[in-house]
Design a protein around this ligand. Structure first.
Ligand code: VG1
Ligand code: CO
Length: 544
């Protein structure tokens, strides 16, 4: 027997969705009615779920299974018609986006805190995606946030846990639950986009690859696609078993957190190609033998070579990058004669451009790359795109990069993160820079002269909505730039992100280490923002 219960509750402070859904420490999500309150607020914010079809899945982190049961019970209580859920409540973020689109669902819930560590003391998160498969736009998250402030009760079905271990179709009350294989539809989509025969031939020729799944959700996806379907040698995919605490690691694919992979790739005898993905499978790091590819450069390379790949053979409608991402892709777009959009940080801002057919490829400096095949960034997609390009070009990653820079110039780029900074100190630093914006143009810092300085605001060209306060940017003559913003995904204090960029046109200067190449830009950022004294830190916590 199942019955619906209505339980009185009160608003909980701070349930404000950030860059990518609501992220909090796992124990916070586990406090009494915390998750229930937020799920009910989502239902209330989107006008209820009665008669709707939803997709549900998560990255498998601690509390994933319990949270999925709560969502199922609350969807049933809200009168949802159907929920399509990944087996064991697992779905990578891009796979969830694909399922929403493919099945024409009204939306979906993704249980993940992405690249943030998991486990009982780690982070948990809930994200709502709309019917286009993408993260809810700011208007929707604002309504959800409003609902969290007004909530007075929530509705939940009383029932036993729904068995999610096998693919099957079951019911919960009146609601149908279809349990699907998390990998199948996604793998089929990848086969439509990429030349699997060419990649198979590449592996047969002795090409060696290492994919670090970081004990996160991409393990089963990468194993099935790379080793089973494409014939990559056994052992190509490492750390492929998803674990609730990601093996105690930090499932963030960058040189700091994917260090084992990094060290192997930096040796002379390392594999030809290395890649890693994050907790929920939407990020990617690309690294060749002794050759790191910055995410901004990766986007530019994919754009420049897109027509080599079956899914993009007819060319790109346009490209889009988040504001702090380097201008490397702008230079490619210019040459291709296509539009290049600059959006605020966060994948939700790409949705309208993709839906309207204005952009085909999108990317962020934070290891996110994707296209109009789904409405999320997609880690494994980027890896397959690279493999397809390498299989056609028959070049090493290093050779490809050198050829790319020779043609377009090199945008040296780095991001310096200062984590868990005192919130007041971080806000003070931002205010300090904000107060200088008007007077900066014309001032010189070492060899760099400020050309422009502003606080980024975005007017969406499709729906006309405006998003303000999206980062402080200082542009210097000759294409150098400093951007400062505070993270919207952290769960402890504030995280200050300092984005640094400089353009080099002369190939003689291409071989520098980015930190050395950016020394003047780093010094200018310090002079303008007083980072060391204001954060009390001598150096960034993470450099990417
Ligand atoms: C970070 C990145 C941003 C990305 C977001 C979600 O946001 O900078 O580019 O879209 O994470 O990525 P913030 O506000 O902390 O800078 V994921 O893979 O965590 O969904
Ligand atoms: Co992610």
């Amino acid at each position: 027997m199942t019955s619906i219960r209505t339980i009185p509750t009160e608003p909980i402070e701070g349930q404000k969705p950030g860059t990518s859904g609501l992220r909090k420490k796992t124990p916070v999500f586990q406090t009494h009615h915390y998750l229930e309150n937020f799920i009910q607020s989502i239902w209330n914010g989107i006008g209820g779920v009665a008669g709707k079809t939803l997709v549900l899945g998560g990255d498998g982190r601690h509390f994933n299974s319990q949270a999925a049961q709560v969502v199922l019970r609350m969807a049933a209580a809200g009168g949802a018609k159907k929920v399509i859920v990944g087996k064991r409540a697992i779905l990578s973020t891009p796979a969830a986006s694909n399922l929403i689109r493919k099945r024409g669902a009204d939306g979906g819930i993704i249980l993940s805190a992405s690249h943030n560590p998991g486990g009982p003391e780690g982070d948990f998160g809930v994200k709502y995606n709309t019917s286009n498969g993408g993260p809810a736009a700011e208007g929707v998250t604002a309504r959800i946030f409003d609902a969290t402030k007004e909530i007075a009760e929530f509705h939940i079905m009383e029932s036993h846990d729904v068995g999610l271990r096998m693919t099957d179709t079951v019911t919960l009350g009146e609601m149908e639950i279809e349990i699907v294989d998390p990998v199948e539809d996604y793998a089929a989509l990848m086969q439509e986009l990429f030349d699997f025969d060419a990649i198979r031939t590449l592996f047969k020729s002795g090409f060696r690859m290492r994919f670090d799944a970081m004990h996160a959700v991409t393990g089963p996806y990468a194993y099935t696609i790379l080793e089973e379907i494409l014939g990559a040698p056994p052992g190509t995919v490492i750390n492929s078993i998803p674990l609730p605490d990601f093996g105690g690691g930090h499932p963030d694919p960058n040189p700091t957190w994917a260090k084992t992979l990094w060290d192997e790739m930096m040796t002379e005898t390392g594999p030809d190609f290395g890649a890693a993905s994050d907790g929920d499978g939407d990020r990617n790091m690309i690294v060749g033998r002794q050759c790191y590819v910055s995410p901004s450069d990766s986007l530019a390379v994919l754009a420049a070579n897109a027509t080599l790949v079956p899914g993009y053979k007819d060319g790109l409608k346009g490209v889009a990058r988040s504001m702090p991402t380097s201008a490397a892709v702008d230079r490619v777009a210019e040459k291709l004669g296509i539009a290049c959009y600059e959006t605020p940080t966060g994948w939700k801002f790409f949705g309208n451009l993709l839906d309207a057919g204005r952009a085909t490829l999108c990317g962020e400096e934070s290891f996110g790359t994707g296209s109009d095949h789904v409405r999320e960034k997609d880690g494994l997609w980027a890896v397959l795109f690279w493999l397809n390009v390498l299989a056609v070009k028959k070049l090493s990653v290093a050779e490809l990069m050198v050829a790319h820079w020779a043609e377009y110039g090199r945008n040296y780029y780095s991001r310096h993160d200062y984590e868990a900074v005192d919130t007041e100190a971080a806000n003070g630093l931002m205010d300090h820079v904000r107060s200088q914006l008007a007077s900066l143009p014309g001032q010189s810092f070492g060899p760099l002269t400020v050309e422009s300085a502003d606080e980024f605001a975005y007017d969406d060209p499709v729906d006309g909505s405006r998003s303000e306060g999206q980062g402080l940017r200082v542009g210097f003559a000759g294409g150098a730039r400093v951007v400062l913003r505070l993270s919207g995904t952290g769960t402890e204090g504030a995280t200050l992100r300092v984005y640094l960029e400089r353009l080099a046109i002369d190939p003689a200067g291409f071989g520098l280490d980015p930190q050395a190449a950016l020394a003047d830009v780093i010094a200018a950022a310090e002079a303008i923002a007083g980072i060391k004294s204001r954060t009390g830190r001598d150096a960034p916590d993470v450099i990417t």
